[in-house]
Design a protein around this ligand. Structure first.
Ligand SMILES: [Zn+2]
Length: 123
């Protein structure tokens, strides 16, 4: 996969995030990447947060370099992270505060949490 162009424009209309399938709102900054995959040029559009979380969780490390990171792996990795970090053995389910969120809310929550862990480590 070759990245031809990467930009973070402000959305002038609503877009759909290709990682979490959530809405990128009008006026929200998002990531637009123009890629060549298998000789085909296409645009990849996603939340900045979704890309950050993918980087933070190292998803790019194990994806296929020819095709980049797929939405499938992204969503599996998010599920796995929540399960690993927030599974409650008493209820045999993920903790209540992690239930009923949209994927995008989960992504923001994970980023928050990773930030917090980082600052703990620094002090
Ligand atoms: Zn997203």
């Amino acid at each position: 996969m070759t990245i031809l162009k990467e930009a973070t424009p402000v959305a002038r209309k609503e877009h759909k995030c290709m990682f979490c399938y959530g809405t990128i709102n009008k006026g929200q900054k998002y990531l637009r990447q123009t890629n060549v995959v298998d000789g085909i040029v296409g645009d990849w559009v996603c939340h900045q947060e979704c890309q950050s979380v993918a980087r933070e969780l190292g998803m790019y490390d194990d994806c296929d370099p020819d095709y980049g990171l797929s939405d499938e792996i992204f969503n599996e990795s998010i599920n796995q992270y929540i399960y690993d970090e927030h599974y409650d053995s008493e209820t045999d389910d993920v903790q209540a505060e992690w239930q009923g969120l949209t994927r995008y809310q989960e992504v923001c929550k994970i980023l928050n949490e990773l930030d917090k862990n980082d600052s703990n480590r620094n002090t």
